[in-house]
Design a protein around this ligand. Structure first.
Ligand SMILES: Cc1cc2nc3c(=O)[nH]c(=O)nc-3n(C[C@H](O)[C@H](O)[C@H](O)COP(=O)(O)O)c2cc1C
Length: 297
């Protein structure tokens, strides 16, 4: 069968690596099915190449029931297109349930204004990077489910299956309120504390997707452009950065997807439908059940 799309541009924003992991999985899967893919990470002030493509695949993490502002800036700076289609994939910690369901609405609207025909949108779930980690074994199961979910989506896209979700009205309101997170993030980032453990290695400044951290006299200094991605705090090699306010947003035990992936249980089969997960993680269970019920380590 001939693929519905041959030249695919993948553009993603990622803070702590979950969306990046999903985007690279899409690239691998699409290339194995004969597509030509380009991949671009959305960061502040990046150089943009508008490669020729017949499908744009946009991925971003859900931030406060919405998309990070950097994604909107990126879409707004795109050149208008005439014939291309687009698919929008959000990556959340909680799943496609209230209050998350409207998180893709604004990005779909802006892409449409640029001339894209948005033919598909979907939520992927990765281990949550804010407030608390989901209880075990959900984080491992989510990482294990990723290739399977990506395969389902690429099968849909390449065979021209079109899927548009219908967000709840209440979630549209949550999503609008969530836009305030952008301002909150700017303020929160300015308050990050550098402790005595800082070795002045510059890792944080080099990897900040908003370019909010600069090294001044060898010390990291924070501006007012923080995207609230939490990457600097979790990934600092000497764990020298701490939130100055709203400490509860940061997971106390830290967050490292690599570490979670390495702890995937081996030789186990876990029937997801039997897991007791609590109300907070029902969206995660629903997602895992939609991917399939057989888990082999
Ligand atoms: C500031 C902030 C807000 C978030 N808001 C939500 C949310 O509203 N709903 C949700 O399900 N997950 C939320 N998350 C969790 C992320 O969407 C999730 O962990 C995602 O996988 C992170 O992707 P990344 O690793 O590419 O940054 C939030 C994370 C952060 C840091």
């Amino acid at each position: 069968m001939i693929n519905a799309y041959s030249k695919i541009k993948i553009a993603y924003y990622s803070g702590t690596g979950g969306t990046e992991m999903a985007s690279k999985q899409f690239q691998k899967d699409l290339e194995s099915k004969g597509c030509i893919c380009t991949i671009e990470q959305i960061t502040e002030g990046m150089n943009r190449n508008q490669e020729e493509h017949d499908l744009l695949l946009l991925l971003f993490p859900v931030h406060a029931f919405n998309a990070p502002n950097a994604v909107y800036k990126w879409i707004d700076a795109l050149e208008a297109v005439e014939k291309a289609c687009a698919a929008v994939i959000s990556v959340s910690g909680g799943g496609d349930i209230c209050p998350n369901t409207a998180c893709r609405v604004s990005s779909i609207k802006r892409l449409t204004q640029k001339g894209y025909r948005v033919i598909y949108d979907k939520m992927i779930v990765m281990p949550s990077n804010w407030i608390i980690l989901p209880p075990n074994p959900l984080p491992y199961l989510l990482i294990q489910a990723l290739p399977k979910m990506v395969r389902k989506i690429t099968d849909d896209l390449l065979s021209d299956v079109r899927k548009k979700t219908h967000p709840l009205w209440i979630d549209r309101i949550f999503s609008l309120i969530g836009r305030l997170e952008t301002l909150g993030g700017h303020y929160w980032g300015k308050q990050i504390k550098v402790t005595e453990h800082c070795t002045r290695c510059g890792w944080c400044a080099e990897h900040c997707p908003s370019g909010n951290i600069i090294m001044l006299d060898g010390r990291p200094t924070f501006g007012r452009k923080c995207h609230f991605c939490l990457n600097c705090i979790y990934s600092c090699p000497s764990k020298a950065l701490q939130p100055g306010i709203f400490r509860f947003i940061v997971i106390q035990e830290g967050y490292c997807l690599q570490h979670i992936a390495e702890q995937l249980p081996k030789n186990t089969q876990i029937p997801v439908k039997d897991l007791k997960v609590g109300l907070l993680w029902l969206g995660v269970k629903k997602y895992l059940m939609s991917v399939g019920d057989d888990w082999e380590g």
